[in-house]
Each structure stands twice: as C-alpha cells, then as structure tokens.
Write a protein of this length. Structure first.
Length: 392
C-alpha cells in the first residue's frame, strides 16, 4: 500500500500525475476559458431599409485568449444568447448565435456581430460565453442591455382574453417601473386594443383607443355574420405614451401573456343559449310530431343535432325536418331542402347540420319536428335538439 512499481514508494512525478488525474476526473475543465469581458452594443438604421426592417444591432466584446489561470488558450467559438422584452421585465430568447474564434495573431482584439430583424419597439439584451478548442466552456458573461431603438413606452403585461356575455373581454396588467414594481411606469398614457377574426391579426373586427383602464369589452351581436358559434376572436393590446410613441403589440392568451411573439388564444362569445329538445320514443314514423316548443325570447338557430337509441337501416337513410309555426313543408327552416336537413346515413346514430335557411326565431314562435324520410328498418328512440342563442 502506498508504494510504486516493484514495491518502491511513488516518485514525485507519479504523485503529481495521480493528483492531476484526480483533478481532471473531478473537473474535466479545471481551467475553463476566461469569461468574455467589455461587452458593448448599439442600434443603427440600415440606409434605405424598409419601415419594419430598418433597425440593426451591432454588438462586440473582447476576444478571449487565456484561461482562468492566465495561460494562453485557443478559442474555437463564442456562443451568444440574444433576448428581447416588451416591458424590460419579462425576457424571451430571440436567437442563439455561434461565432467562430479568431486567429490570435491578428491585430483585432474585438469580436463583432451585426444582428438583423430588430423590432424598434422592443428592448434587447445579450450575453456571451467562450468555448475553447478542447470543448471547455467559460461562464456566461453578465447581460448587456441595449435598451430599445425608439425608447417607446413599455408594453402591457399578462394580457388575457376571456369570454363575455355576447362579447369578448381583454384585460391586462399595467407595466411598472423597472426599479420599483409598486410604481407604475410614467411613460404610459393610455392603451389601444384590437379584436380580430384570425390569429395572424389580418382581419380586424373592432378597435378601441384611449383606454385608461386595464380592461376592455368588445360586443358581438349574435345576429352579426361574425357571430357563428364556432367562430373565434383574437385580441391584442399596446401602450401609448404622451408623445404618441407606441409599444409592441402583445397578443392575448387564455392564461395571460407578455411575449409579443406568442401565438394568441381564440375565444368565442358567451351567448345566452337555449336548447329545444324533442324525443320520439319507440320506432320513428314519417309524420309531424305535434307537440310544439315555444320560444320565450328572440333567438338565432345555430344548428340542429340528433341521436338515436337504435339506428335505422335501409336505402335513403333518415331525414328529419324542423318546422316553424306550422305543420307542413312550407314552414321548414331548411326550406324543404333534403340536402340541408338533419340526415342520418344507413346505420348511423348521430348527426348534425348547420345549413339552416330560416334561422330567426321570434318570441312566441313554435317549433315542431317532422320525420320526412324513414328507412325500411326504422330507427328507435330518436332525440332531436335545436340549439339556439338569444339575440342580444
């Protein structure tokens, strides 16, 4: 024990090698590259650049050519993490860049990088680490804050979209001072909110300006063509300063969002709904089922659905009509069009249709169900539901 080869005590070199081996095992990069220092950055405008693509960022830092013990090393590459923020509080990764190390014999002691695609209404920051030729990595540098090119107001935070009765509501948090979150940012004068039909924010439905509160409601008329029960709406909000500078738009999500690049959440209005239900027990027969349902208010008929305890079998399937204020085909809400009616194919026990021609119900109107076509083996225990939303 404790002796070298042939029972001799270990030599000094053997002890050193053993110690170095142990250190390497504990820390393969015992002397990593030094952390990049003297970070710097600025924004500039590309001459002749398009309005939304004219800003660039120029960043640089000192080359690294020594490890943490001061010995000269070769740097294979640098890693850069470039982040953005709409409020100087919530930061999101924009891009990662890999920059090759330079020849240590050149006269240039700085590493430079030009970054395109800068949004003039966002703030940016970056940090750097060096990676040596043996793969050892330096610690990350501290972040360098570039600010934002136009020095606009911070964007609203935690922007949410919610369903409201016959409408959509957006709400958000006011941006606070970076150094004191109990103090509101004095650069914000008011807000602007928009509502769209699509997640790409191309088809504008409504816009509200000069909002002083932190919420807004958009009314959606249930008779409007945009009020389809499956149609979703998407919202976004920005801040305005007293000198008319704008922040970035922040898309609204169900859980709240502060990232201007986040995908928005779509919501449907919360219309006041009524469902008229008809049940035909036993085997279905071709007739008008006389017991009517009366509308207690004004409604829009959204769709007609149905289910069966036992499906029918035979050519033609099952076709069910809905009549308004009558017992004949002249009162069909489908305009007596077989192709639009509630139709069950042979063997199916579930169906739905939205192809309603006469979709308006007024208070006092009466609805009946008519089995227009029944196959040879009739379906049994049929339930039909007429789904309506009250007109606001």
């Amino acid at each position: 024990m404790g002796r070298g080869h042939w029972g001799k005590p270990p030599t000094r070199n053997e002890k050193i090698k053993k110690h170095e081996k142990r250190l390497k095992k504990l820390s393969p990069c015992g002397r990593p590259p030094s952390t990049p220092a003297n970070l710097w950055g600025e924004f500039f405008v590309r001459p002749g650049g398009a309005r939304h693509h004219r800003w660039r960022a120029r960043i640089r830092w000192n080359e690294v050519n020594t490890d943490t013990s001061g010995f000269t090393i070769t740097i294979r590459q640098y890693k850069v993490e470039f982040e953005y923020s709409a409020n100087d509080v919530d930061w999101f990764l924009d891009q990662r860049y890999t920059i090759p190390g330079k020849d240590d014999e050149d006269d240039n002691a700085k590493v430079h990088k030009i970054i395109k695609g800068i949004n003039g209404r966002l703030a940016y920051r970056y940090r750097v680490r060096a990676i040596a030729s043996d793969g050892c990595k330096s610690p990350w540098s501290d972040y360098y804050d570039l600010g934002d090119p136009t020095d606009g107001p911070p964007a609203p935070t935690n922007v949410k979209i919610k369903r409201a009765p016959h409408g959509i509501r957006l709400d958000w948090d006011e941006p606070t001072d970076v150094d004191d979150d109990d103090v509101l940012d004095e650069r914000v004068s008011h807000y602007i909110a928009e509502l769209y039909e699509d997640a790409d924010f191309e088809n504008l439905v409504a816009k509200k300006r000069h909002i002083k509160k932190t919420q807004v409601r958009f009314n959606i008329d249930s008779e409007d063509e945009l009020s389809d029960e499956d149609g979703k709406f998407f919202g976004r909000v920005l801040s305005m300063s007293g000198d008319k500078s704008k922040s970035a738009w922040i898309p609204a999500t169900a859980n709240g969002n502060s990232d201007p690049e986040e995908t928005p959440t779509g919501k449907t209005p919360k219309f006041i709904r009524r469902v008229f239900t008809f049940t035909a027990n036993g085997k279905l027969v071709e007739k008008t089922y006389a017991a009517p349902e009366r509308a207690d208010d004004d409604y829009i008929i959204r769709r007609v659905t149905g289910g069966m305890g036992e499906p029918g079998h035979g050519s033609g399937g099952t076709k069910i009509d809905v009549l308004k204020n009558g017992v004949s085909a002249a009162q069909s809400i489908f305009d007596d069009d077989d192709g639009k009616m509630l139709s069950f194919a042979n063997g199916d026990d579930d169906a739905s249709t939205k192809q309603i021609v006469h979709n308006r119900l007024e208070r006092g109107d009466k609805l009946r169900v008519r089995a227009k076509e029944v196959p040879g083996t009739a379906p049994e225990d049929v339930t039909v539901q007429i789904i309506c939303d009250r007109i606001d």
